[in-house]
Design a protein around this ligand. Structure first.
Ligand code: PMP
Length: 344
């Protein structure tokens, strides 16, 4: 007879309730106290576990989904991995339409997690029948009992963070948070957390991080969609070339833009100073804090929470590769490289 076994019934029970970790070293000389909400502690190693679980459970409650049905989404990134993971446990089929720009590693990872992957040509317009948007839409229409997550235009993306991440941060800081700093991609994270925190205390400042090459900051300031703001950049998951309805611009106080180069160096600095191996956008968010700190946004009483969205392991061939960093022209001195390898 089994007795008192301390186990979780599945990996899904480990989603959410991620830790806040004080950042003591990288913030040296800055005014205020700084805490990272480290989303890599989710079992799928990113904050996207939360939206995958929440959106599928809402669909179940509404009777839209039953075991054996199909989940469809258009991403090779964190959301794809999280949906695949949740689908395995809940018994759904998972179809992901991804761009041909996606690396083989990412596609193999999704296939390992049981997803059916459609690789769609990257350089076709969004309304071309071969684009991953159109392929996902068509598969959704053709597949009975399917749910298309569509994270950029799904209000449940905001709700997931409102009910989980926002509430956790309020409780973890004992209601004392003064500033939230978060990258904005779909906008679900910053909008859901921001909405929750502002309901508790309208004085909490919600500070978004955007990329150079993205339209979000300008749109927030002017309500104008300026195509001239759009150009290629390297950080994945941050910024956008369209206006997602999963972003509630009203709860965001301001946006700060960060560069690919500074964000990459700051991500490496987080690993070296805090022992936290996190992703590219975590570097971007921390870089944003450095810039805001110099601008005098924080004072000695500020209690700042920054979201670190995912784990560093997904960026081994990018920011954590010295070769990649050199190719981008991101090293201006050899001192910036990682420690040399000693071969015995
Ligand atoms: N960082 C990473 C690594 C991401 O994948 C995403 C999601 N696109 C974000 C940040 C931004 O989160 P959100 O989509 O909720 O705005």
């Amino acid at each position: 007879m089994k007795k008192n076994i301390q186990a979780h019934s599945s990996v899904l029970e480990l989603i959410g309730n991620t830790p806040l970790i004080e950042l003591q070293k990288i913030t040296k000389g800055m005014k205020g106290s700084f805490y990272a909400k480290v989303e890599a502690f989710n079992p799928g190693h990113s904050s996207k576990d939360r939206i995958a679980l929440y959106i599928l459970e809402q669909a179940e409650k509404k009777g839209i989904l039953k075991p054996g049905d199909t989940i469809i989404e258009t991403t090779s990134g964190n959301t794809g991995f999280s949906i695949a993971m949740v689908s395995i446990i809940k018994g759904y089929k998972c179809i992901l339409a991804v761009s041909s720009k996606s690396s083989k590693d990412k596609i193999d990872m999704l296939r390992t997690m049981g997803a059916e992957v459609y690789v769609c040509p990257a350089h076709v317009p969004a309304d071309d029948s071969r684009s991953y948007y159109e392929v996902a839409k068509r598969l959704h229409q053709e597949t009975k009992g399917s749910v298309y997550i569509n994270q950029y235009f799904n209000e449940l993306n905001i709700e997931a963070h409102y009910h989980t991440t926002g509430k956790e941060i309020w409780e973890q800081t004992n209601g004392q948070i003064t500033h939230l700093v978060a990258c904005s991609g779909t906008g679900g994270t910053i909008s859901g957390i921001g909405r929750y925190l502002k309901e508790q205390n309208p004085e909490v400042k919600i500070l978004g991080i955007d990329a150079y090459g993205s339209v979000l900051q300008k749109f927030h300031e002017t309500k104008e969609f300026d195509k001239d703001e759009i150009y290629p950049y390297r950080i994945e998951g941050l910024g956008k070339n369209l206006i997602p309805s999963a972003t509630d611009f009203d709860v965001i106080d301001s946006f700060t833009k960060v560069t690919d180069e500074n964000s990459a160096h700051t991500a490496r600095e987080i690993a070296k100073t805090e022992g936290l191996f996190v992703g590219y956008t975590s570097g971007a968010a921390m870089q944003g804090i450095k810039q805001m700190s110099e601008e005098g946004v924080f004072d000695k009483d500020s209690i700042v929470v920054v979201i670190f969205p995912d784990h560093g392991s997904r960026y081994m061939s990018k920011i954590y590769s010295d070769e990649w960093m050199s190719q981008q022209g991101f090293f201006d001195s050899v001192n910036q490289e990682s420690n040399a390898i000693s071969y015995i």
